[in-house]
Design a protein around this ligand. Structure first.
Ligand SMILES: Nc1nc2c(c(=O)[nH]1)N[C@H]1C(S)=C(S)[C@@H](COP(=O)(O)OP(=O)(O)OC[C@H]3O[C@@H](n4cnc5c(N)ncnc54)[C@H](O)[C@@H]3O)O[C@H]1N2
Ligand code: MOO
Length: 634
């Protein structure tokens, strides 16, 4: 096996310093039309060539006069002026001839016959006149060098008579996706295929950072082909990004190719994700090997590529705004890396609460859903729940404040509410964390959520939700917003190949089951039924395999990874599965009374009671919404 397993472990700051000391940023300059310069960075200061206004001009509609001829005019003593002799009719912007020094507004004139007018107050010298250079004086500085052109700058530069300006060129960034398993978006997928979405994400990031993206076609894992494409890209671009093939696998060629064509300064930085980044150069141009996993790739783009592009464009580094938040869950971390954790944020009363999202380097959704990024320094083994942490924001702070923090059991209807609430009022958002019903109860207990969707069956009474609220939240004033009754059942592949009719069959037929995580209401429902049937969990194959949502369970069954799983009807329907009903359960929303008065919660309640929402429930199927929106005190 030919594997390059000897990666370095540079600390991030050290890696940045070392790499930037090795590469040259050969910034180009170009002259472009001022009118096309929005967002560009000036390479030289821009001085005006002419004054603006270019001549003394009238600021009002009226008449231009010699102010001396108006002295003494008052209410009792009108002065009569004659057109051609004493005044000239002017409109706003008209030039003022040398013999006049003042403008009287048309409203202040008394019209007489024969082109004569009377005035009843004297005019001051230069009243209602915009003197030459009032705005911009010839040869004055309009914007300095290194300035990012805004729309208002374009106006001022053109007014100053400058039609072309010198700006830094945008660097061209070559993007090479590598991997035999990669396919273009849109093709029919077979097992083993990976849609090349990274190169498209990179292209958008390059645009965001101020560069021009040039995407190359997918290159298979073939050393010579990768080498040829990199060689071509280096001749056509200012910076080259090679995606995937950065780590230690048999077909990970990035660092070898860069080494053969140029130099590798660093292969391996102590960051997670993003560790196997390759930092090199070919023909004096930066060439970076970006790890294949999308989150690793994002981190490397933000830490290295963004900095290089900004240096090329002459732009100052843009920092994300930072906020302090309370960590809702303990996070463990390795002493080997500086770790970047994607975080969901929410403001519950006056506390900003941060909850870590999935930490896998392959979870693009953790980036889609993230409100911010938490950095765990290399010298920490983790951070405890309740500690204050600093988070770099990826969103506007006000959007986070206008967000309902929903923690608890997942149902596809929560995604629909999240979409609709923002459609109905574009100031409002709902963010949900799927931690199971008990997780929701605990979040309310700790004051970390506004609402908790729950479906908890009490083993003794057979009653839903209320016994749990009474037991776990007795010191809080909690209400229940009634939501839906939904059908839970066994999800099986289309045609029910194992002929399952009840939960008993799962153990009797020794079928492969997929379970929900501890604390999930669906898992409690299974346990309740197993207990009733006197079946020990150890008799269920796959009892310990946990998924976090109904859709994940349905996907496992659809993919034949499991023969069956317990979940709701709508998830089975979405995945085209068959469904054997087991129970009708109550899925409700627990909410502390103090939040019921909040306008955003009012909107939430109106939404779930609306016909629009009920139509969506009908489309999903398996929901009874007769009590929806009713508020009860347990
Ligand atoms: N034995 C070891 N294995 C791995 C190590 C290691 O140190 N030792 N490092 C792991 C880490 S950390 C990372 S990060 C990845 C880096 O992988 P590569 O850069 O070598 O990339 P591939 O293996 O080719 O692909 C991995 C993965 O990335 C996704 N991918 C790749 N290209 C694209 C694309 N164009 N669009 C979307 N997604 C893409 C895909 O899921 C691939 O499976 O290596 C670990 N392994
Ligand atoms: O560095 Mo990898 O990016 O940890 O997953």
């Amino acid at each position: 096996m030919d594997q390059n397993i000897y990666l370095s472990n540079y600390e991030l700051e050290e890696a940045i310093e070392h790499y930037f000391s090795k590469i040259n940023i050969n910034r180009g300059k170009e002259v472009i039309k001022t009118e096309d310069s929005y967002g560009r960075i000036t390479a030289l200061p821009v001085y005006s060539k002419i004054s603006s206004p270019f001549y003394n001009s009238s600021a009002m509609d009226g008449i231009a006069v010699d102010s001396r001829k108006t002295i003494g005019a008052n209410e009792k003593n009108h002065i009569v002026l004659e057109e051609g002799k004493d005044y000239l009719v002017v409109d706003t912007g008209d030039p003022i001839p040398k013999e006049y020094d003042s403008v009287i507004m048309v409203e202040d004139l008394i019209k007489l016959d024969d082109g004569k007018v009377a005035i009843y107050k004297s005019a001051a010298s230069y009243q209602n006149i915009r003197p030459l250079g009032e705005d911009i004086v010839e040869n004055s500085l309009i914007v300095p060098s290194g300035h990012k052109i805004r729309p208002v700058d374009i106006g001022a530069i053109l007014a100053g008579g400058v039609n072309e300006i010198e700006v830094y060129t945008k660097p061209i960034i070559g993007i090479i996706p590598t991997g035999t398993e990669l396919v273009e978006p849109g093709v029919e997928l077979k097992t083993g295929d990976i849609i090349d979405f990274n190169s498209r994400t990179f292209a958008a990031q390059v645009f965001e950072y101020g560069g021009i993206a040039k995407r190359y076609a997918i290159v298979s894992d073939d050393y010579e082909k990768i080498k040829d494409t990199v060689d071509k890209a280096v001749s056509q671009c200012d910076i080259v990004l090679i995606n995937a093939g950065s780590s230690a696998g048999r077909e990970d060629y990035t660092s070898k190719v860069v080494k053969e064509l140029g130099q590798v300064f660093i292969h391996g930085v102590a960051i997670k994700p993003g560790k196997p980044v390759v930092l090199g150069s070919i023909e004096d141009k930066p060439v970076i090997g970006i790890p294949g996993y999308p989150v690793s790739a994002y981190v490397v783009m933000e830490l290295f590529v963004k900095r290089i592009i900004e240096k090329y464009c002459g732009e100052k580094e843009k920092e994300h705004k930072k906020v302090k938040a309370i960590l809702s869950r303990r996070i463990m971390s390795s002493l080997k890396y500086l770790e970047f954790v994607r975080m969901k944020l929410g403001k519950v009363e006056d506390k900003l609460i941060g909850t870590p999202l999935s930490r896998g380097a392959g979870t693009t959704m953790s980036l889609v859903r993230a409100d911010g990024i938490l950095e765990i320094p290399q010298n920490l083994e983790g951070i405890e729940a309740g500690e204050e942490v600093e988070i770099s924001l990826l969103k506007e702070e006000k959007d986070i404040e206008n967000t309902i923090v929903c923690i608890g059991s997942h149902d596809p209807i929560i995604d629909i509410i999240s979409d609709l609430i923002h459609m109905r009022n574009d100031d409002y958002y709902l963010s949900s964390a799927h931690v199971g019903s008990m997780g929701g109860i605990m979040a309310l207990k700790k004051g970390e959520a506004h609402i908790a969707p729950v479906h908890l069956l009490d083993m003794e009474s057979g009653e839903y939700n209320i016994p749990y609220i009474k037991k776990y939240l007795k010191d809080k004033d909690i209400f229940l917003i009634k939501c839906v009754k939904r059908i839970q059942g066994i999800m099986v592949p289309k045609g029910n190949p194992h002929g399952i009719t009840s939960i008993k069959d799962i153990s009797e037929k020794n079928l492969k089951f997929v379970n929900r995580q501890r604390g999930a209401g669906t898992r409690l429902l299974l346990d309740y039924n197993l207990k009733k049937l006197n079946i020990d969990p150890s008799e269920i194959k796959g009892y310990d395999r946990e998924e976090f949502t109904h859709l994940q369970v349905a996907a496992a069954v659809e993919n034949n990874d499991a023969d069956c799983g317990l979940g709701i009807y709508s998830a089975a329907k979405m995945m085209g599965l068959d469904f054997i009903p087991v129970a009708n359960e109550e899925y409700d929303i627990a909410i502390p009374s103090k939040f019921l008065e909040k306008p955003i919660i009012n909107e939430f309640i109106n939404l779930i009671k609306s016909d629009e929402f009920k139509e969506k429930l009908d489309e999903l199927g398996g929901y009874d919404y007769r009590e929806i929106g009713e508020i009860i005190r347990p």
